[in-house]
Design a protein around this ligand. Structure first.
Ligand SMILES: *Cc1c(COP(=O)(O)O)cnc(C)c1O
Length: 400
C-alpha cells in the first residue's frame, strides 16, 4: 500500500481528506507523491500564515533542536521568558500562559474566566456562566463541543459541561440580554472562521467591548484563526480598535512547525492561575518558544499585515468579478475569504475536488462554502493563477 492508502486504512476515520498525499512544501506551494505541484489556499486553517518552511522559522527551529527541546515547567528554560515578553508586548498585556493546541488555549481561557469570576468578581460557587455565539468553532474537547451549535461536533458526546449560554453572532443586543450577575466571560471569534469567514456587522466588536466593560464580564477573543496577520491587522479585533481582556492565540503562533498556543491577559486576570492550578507538560517548551519568538519577529515590522491587506484587496476585487449564478456570495477580511456556491453547485466539496484536479488546494466548510486562506507570503501572480482556476470552474458550473 502507498502512504495515502495506509493513512486511509490505519488512521481513525475522523477526517475525509481530499485524495492527495503531500510530501513537500515551500512557501505557498506543495508537492504530492507523484510530483504534482499545488498552490495551498488553506494554509492548514491559517497555521501556515508564513507559508511552508519559512527559512527564518526553519533556521531557528534547527538551531534550537541542536540545543534543548523540552524541560517541562518544573524548571525554567531560556526561551520561554523572551517569547512571553515579546508576545505580551505585541498584545499590550502583562503576561502569557503558554499551551500547545488551540482547544487547550480555549479551555485555559474558560478556566481562567471562571476562576476570575469567583475570586475577583465574587460570583457564588459553581454559578459562573460564559456566553458564546451560535455558529462558533473553538475546538474539539468535551467542554467546547458542548456549546457548539454544529450537530456533527456534538452528537454522541454528552453529557456536556454546564455554564454556557449561546447568543446569535453579530447581535450585541442579544449579548446584553444574556448577561446576568453570574456571567464571567463572553467568548467570541472576531470573525467566525469555520462558520465560513463570517464578518460581524461594523461596530459589533466595539459594542461588545462596551457591554463587557460595563457589566464586568471578561471579553475573551478567540483569535486562533483570525489573529497574527490573517485579516490584514495583527488581530482581527484591531479593525475596530478593540482590545479584549483575553487574547486566545494558536495556529500560526507555531509557524506551521510546532503546536503552540497561548492565553494573553493582564496580571489582574492571569494572576488567579496560581502554582498548581493549571499546566501542560509541553506548554512553554523551548523548541516551540524559539519558533514562536521568530514568528513574532516576522510580525513585528507590520510588513506581512500590510501584504495581507494589499493582497486581500486584490482577492476581494477578483472574487467580486466572479460572483454570479454559481459563485453566489463572497465575504472577505484581509487575505481570508468565504465563498458561497449556489444550489446549482453539487457541494463545496465538489468544487474543492475540481480545484485539486487543477492544482489548487482549498477546503469546503458547511456544505456549500469554500474558504480561501492563502499563506500571507503568496506571490500575487500565484494568487492570480489560483483565482483564474476558480473562475474557470465557476464558469463551467454556471453553464451546467
Ligand atoms: C482551529 C481553531 C481552534 C482549535 O484549535 P486546535 O489547535 O485545532 O485545537 C479554536 N478556535 C478557532 C477559532 C480555531 O479556528
Amino acid at each position: 500500500m502507498n502512504a495515502g492508502d495506509l493513512e486511509a486504512r490505519w488512521v481513525a476515520p475522523n477526517y475525509s481528506p481530499l485524495p492527495v498525499t503531500l510530501v513537500e512544501g515551500e512557501g505557498a506551494w506543495v508537492v504530492d507523491d507523484e510530483g504534482r505541484r499545488y498552490l495551498d489556499l488553506l494554509s492548514a486553517y491559517s497555521a501556515l500564515n508564513f507559508g511552508h518552511r519559512h527559512p527564518r522559522l526553519v533556521a531557528v527551529a534547527q538551531a534550537q533542536l541542536g540545543r534543548l527541546t523540552l524541560t517541562s515547567r518544573a524548571f525554567r528554560n531560556d526561551q520561554l521568558g523572551p517569547f512571553a515578553e515579546a508576545l505580551a508586548e505585541l498584545c499590550g498585556k502583562d503576561m502569557v500562559l503558554p499551551m500547545n493546541t488551540g482547544a487547550e488555549a480555549v479551555e485555559t481561557a474558560l478556566k481562567l474566566a471562571r476562576r476570575w469570576g469567583y475570586q475577583v468578581k465574587g460570583v457564588a460557587p459553581d454559578r459562573a456562566q460564559v456566553v458564546v455565539c451560535d455558529g462558533n468553532f473553538h475546538g474539539r474537547t468535551t467542554t467546547i463541543v458542548g456549546f457548539s451549535s454544529d450537530p456533527s461536533s456534538r452528537d454522541g458526546f454528552g453529557p456536556f459541561t454546564p455554564g454556557f449560554v449561546s447568543v446569535p453572532f453579530g447581535d450585541a443586543a442579544a449579548l446584553r440580554a444574556a448577561i446576568t450577575d453570574d456571567t464571567v466571560g463572553f467568548l467570541v471569534e472576531p470573525v467566525q472562521g469555520e462558520a465560513g469567514v463570517i464578518v460581524p456587522p461594523d461596530g459589533y466588536l466595539r459594542e461588545v467591548r462596551e457591554i463587557c466593560s460595563s457589566a464586568g464580564v471578561l471579553l475573551l477573543a478567540d483569535e486562533i484563526q483570525s489573529g497574527l496577520g490573517r485579516t490584514g491587522r495583527t488581530f482581527a479585533c484591531d479593525h475596530e480598535d478593540v482590545v479584549p481582556d483575553v487574547y486566545i492565540l494558536g495556529k500560526a503562533l507555531g509557524g506551521g512547525i510546532v503546536p503552540l498556543s497561548a492565553v494573553v491577559a493582564d496580571a489582574s486576570v492571569l494572576g488567579v492561575l496560581t502554582a498548581g492550578t493549571h499546566g501542560s507538560t509541553f506548554g512553554g517548551n523551548p523548541l516551540a518558544c524559539a519558533v514562536g519568538r521568530e514568528v513574532l519577529a516576522l510580525l513585528s515590522t507590520g510588513e506581512l499585515q500590510a501584504r495581507a491587506t494589499k493582497l486581500g484587496d486584490h482577492l476581494a476585487t477578483r472574487l467580486a468579478e466572479l460572483e454570479g449564478p454559481a459563485l453566489t456570495a463572497v465575504r472577505v477580511r484581509g487575505l481570508w475569504a468565504g465563498v458561497d456556491f449556489g444550489p446549482a453547485v453539487p457541494s463545496g466539496r465538489a468544487v474543492c475536488e475540481q480545484l485539486l484536479a487543477r492544482g489548487v488546494l482549498a477546503k469546503d466548510t458547511h456544505g456549500s462554502t469554500v474558504r480561501l486562506a492563502p499563506p500571507l507570503v503568496i506571490e500575487e501572480s500565484d494568487l492570480d493563477l489560483a483565482l483564474d482556476i476558480l473562475g474557470e470552474i465557476s464558469t463551467e458550473l454556471a453553464a451546467m
